[in-house]
Design a protein. Structure first.
Length: 399
């Protein structure tokens, strides 16, 4: 388990179950298929409660919003699961100001709405090509949801096409590194993937310094303020945040649309569909902060150094904010959802993820309006933080 989930003075983590630490068992089959029923039970315990492992858990929209926006709560660590022991991870996702401010400013230049909109024709072309190649009976995770964002982020970073497939193994392992409940074996595996990824990008960055191209990696290698360690850690972040979460957004979206008979809505109103998917079944289910000083949250004293978990999946279904929250309704106004976080750690790639989701779901609905599920209960990947399908078998029934 990560040190983020082991507050000082807590019981020996060796004798604690995941349910003791988190307040729920993330690997229970029923939870994997429907975590939201369990979240409702957690909310009934109170807006903020402490687990047996000593972790404070926030489940309401109000408290999660406060936690994410209040600068007195931060990452409190420069380390990330899966890193080599003692080695700092410089990605701004895991830093607090002022380092976070400096690094985010350097990278955010490539993620402005105008820059992302320039990618639209290419994203549309990739999506159309992938959908044309799908067989009548297809797995939409491996056939569309996975390759679309990995091709986009690979092209953005200037990764040669022949290396795109190598990204899948790295991305999946690095995404597991976000999971606070990893075993030692999985931590070791994640660390190995990080080293392989780092070696690859170190070599690719060296080539880009010698022969720059029109890509994000070339631009980043030209930023003198960015150290090599920061550059590599940022590439890790871009791969995971720019790929894995979008895979889940697309697959979760297709599943929700098919289960609720609203696939046609994706062609008519793709923006509203994506926003409701992000609220209803968010790719990122939870995030954590640490109190950087003695503070109060919802009237509860939170001593400095105390970890607090925001359950995004629960906050996005808070009935105080979203009427009838368990209903998938693309006509609602879900702009207040927390799928991309809030505050200084608001997802840098939110605009890109939204665009990819809109394009993929709209193109799929237009090409295969009669699509149906081939497996009523498709399997989910085991990951505490990220919620995504391992596969999504469908019958396309094209026009």
């Amino acid at each position: 388990m990560s040190d983020l989930m082991e507050p000082s003075g807590a019981p020996d983590p060796a004798v604690l179950s995941p349910a003791d630490v988190l307040g729920f068992d993330p690997f229970d089959r029923g939870f994997l298929h429907d975590p939201y029923s369990r979240y409702r039970e957690l909310s009934a315990r109170g807006a903020l409660f402490r687990t047996r492992g000593g972790l404070l858990v926030a489940t309401t929209h109000e408290l999660c919003t406060t936690l994410l926006r209040d600068p007195r709560f931060g990452r409190g660590s420069g380390r990330q699961n899966g890193a080599d022991p003692g080695q700092p991870v410089a990605s701004f996702l895991w830093l607090d100001p002022p380092d976070h401010t400096r690094l985010r400013a350097l990278v955010s230049r490539a993620f402005t709405p105008r820059m992302i909109e320039r990618l639209r024709p290419r994203v549309e072309a990739i999506a159309a090509s992938l959908i044309r190649e799908l067989p009548d009976e297809a797995d939409l995770v491996s056939g569309l949801a996975y390759p679309l964002p990995v091709l986009v982020i690979s092209e953005m970073l200037g990764v040669p096409p022949e290396d795109h497939e190598r990204f899948r193994g790295w991305s999946e392992k690095l995404a597991r590194g976000l999971d606070p409940m990893l075993t030692e074996d999985l931590l070791s595996e994640t660390g190995r993937a990080r080293r392989e990824f780092g070696d690859y990008f170190r070599e690719l960055a060296a080539r880009r310094r010698e022969r720059p191209g029109d890509d994000l990696l070339s631009a980043l290698t030209g930023v003198r303020e960015l150290t090599e360690a920061e550059l590599l850690a940022t590439c890790v972040l871009l791969l995971v945040a720019g790929h894995e979460t979008t895979v889940n957004l697309i697959a979760n979206g297709v599943l929700a649309l098919l289960r609720h008979g609203q696939l046609a809505q994706a062609a008519r109103r793709p923006r509203e569909v994506v926003e409701e998917v992000l609220r209803y079944d968010p790719p990122v289910q939870l995030t954590s902060r640490v109190a950087l000083e003695d503070v109060s949250l919802g009237g509860t004293p939170v001593p400095e150094g105390t970890p607090v978990m925001a359950v995004i999946g629960a906050a996005n279904r808070d009935p105080a904010v979203f009427p009838d929250p368990g209903r998938f309704d693309v006509t609602r106004s879900p702009e207040r959802h927390l799928a991309f976080g809030l505050g200084i750690h608001f997802c840098l790639g939110a605009t890109l993820a939204r665009m990819e989701g809109e394009i993929a779901l709209s193109a799929l609905a237009s090409a295969a309006p009669g699509m149906e599920l081939a497996e009523p209960a498709p399997p989910y990947k085991e990951n505490v933080v990220l919620r995504g399908l391992a596969s999504l078998p469908v019958r396309l029934r094209r026009r």
